[in-house]
Design a binder for this molecule. Structure first.
Ligand code: HEC
Ligand code: HEC
Ligand code: HEC
Ligand code: HEC
Ligand code: HEC
Length: 223
């Protein structure tokens, strides 16, 4: 996985967090410190869409061909990190499909050389935030709730703000978003607000989702 994508915060900003949290408790420091860090957070923006080394399209592969997200993002249910597919996964099909296409040249080169593809990272939280895919996906939060209709995207872009306020909105009322586990990668899953509330409340109890105090505690996301 390329680590060359987005560096939102300068490294030193990570060391500011404990200070800022203390400030929040103390009161006086809170506003100016938050402003200083908040002001540099602009680059983590909705719509961010870096260019990738290959014009790989989710709309074609996940949309038209209907390949399940987990075929390529194999660790998304079991680990914090949603792995990107190694070149081998592309070659499962592309040894036979359009192997001579100029669009696939970097894949063929990577295959021959054994060097991994340098995909450009789209989403990136600041280092001082703890995030975990499996905690979400295994408790019935769908990919589409956080990434939007990836199956309609030729190039992936950031669909949601990923801000603290956005995380907290769901952590306060997860019943508004929970779905059956076998529907997490179903991009077309929709329910009316009334239906959602009934299903969401039932699943919240069934999956043993933590109470709101835990879900909104600073330590849950800053550890
Ligand atoms: C055939 C393989 C394949 C399938 C199927 C697939 N993806 Fe991907 N995905 C990739 C590759 C390759 C990248 C890196 C290049 C890019 O960003 O387009 C990627 C990138 C992403 C990213 C951006 C990661 C980042 O850098 O922040 C998201 C989000 C994502 N995929 C979600 C999904 C979802 C949701 C599905 C199912 C609807 C899905 N993918 C299905 C191969 C796949
Ligand atoms: C399950 C089979 C399958 C897998 C796995 C797969 N592809 Fe494809 N891919 C296809 C098919 C089929 C097409 C042709 C769609 C069409 O006819 O337009 C295609 C088209 C493409 C194209 C467009 C080629 C062109 O010149 O039109 C690119 C680029 C591409 N795939 C990249 C990738 C990458 C990168 C991966 C791995 C992350 C990957 N594919 C994995 C089946 C697959
Ligand atoms: C609760 C919100 C949420 C859900 C649900 C979610 N993601 Fe993500 N995803 C994120 C965030 C936030 C990041 C950036 C993580 C970081 O920077 O540490 C991310 C990053 C990624 C990445 C880049 C690699 C990584 O782990 O940083 C891929 C690929 C991805 N997501 C795919 C998926 C797929 C596929 C699903 C559904 C099976 C999914 N995500 C469900 C929020 C979510
Ligand atoms: C659409 C709803 C939703 C969004 C958005 C969301 N979460 Fe969650 N999150 C959940 C649910 C549901 C759980 C499972 C809680 C449980 O296990 O009881 C969870 C669990 C977690 C956990 C694991 C808690 C633990 O100790 O088990 C962390 C960490 C976390 N979320 C961080 C984040 C961060 C950071 C963001 C924003 C970038 C975010 N979440 C956005 C719904 C969401
Ligand atoms: C559900 C996850 C979650 C919880 C709970 C949470 N945060 Fe955050 N926090 C984030 C995310 C994500 C960011 C980075 C994105 C952003 O800047 O909004 C962040 C950023 C911050 C920042 C950097 C300033 C800023 O807004 O850019 C401070 C300070 C902070 N959090 C303090 C706290 C404190 C204090 C608590 C407890 C009252 C807390 N957080 C609880 C997810 C969380």
């Amino acid at each position: 996985m390329a680590d060359q994508g987005k560096f939102i915060f300068p490294r030193w900003a990570n060391y500011l967090l404990p200070l800022i949290v203390l400030g929040a408790i103390g009161g006086a420091l809170y506003v100016p410190a938050l402003f200083a860090v908040g002001a540099s957070a602009k680059s983590m923006a909705v719509g961010y869409q870096p260019q990738q080394p290959v014009p790989y399209s989710h709309a074609v592969h996940a949309g038209r061909l209907g390949i399940d997200c987990r075929y390529c993002h194999t660790t998304v249910e079991t680990s914090a990190f949603a792995a990107l597919p190694p070149t081998q996964v592309c070659m499962n099909c592309h040894t036979g499909i359009k192997p001579d296409s100029p669009n696939l040249k970097p894949i063929m080169d990577s295959w021959k050389s054994g060097l991994p593809m340098q995909w450009v990272r789209v989403h990136r939280l600041p280092d001082y935030v703890y995030f975990n895919h499996s905690a979400h996906v295994s408790h019935g939060v769908g990919c589409a709730s956080c990434h939007g209709r990836v199956d309609h995207m030729d190039e992936v872009f950031q669909d949601q703000s990923l801000s603290m306020g956005w995380c907290l909105e769901c952590h306060r009322e997860p019943e508004q978003h929970l779905r059956p586990r076998d529907q997490v990668t179903n991009m077309a899953y929709t329910k009316t607000p009334e239906e959602q509330l009934v299903i969401g409340r039932k699943l919240k109890a069934e999956y043993g989702i933590h109470d709101v105090a835990y879900m909104t505690s600073c330590y849950t996301c800053h550890r």
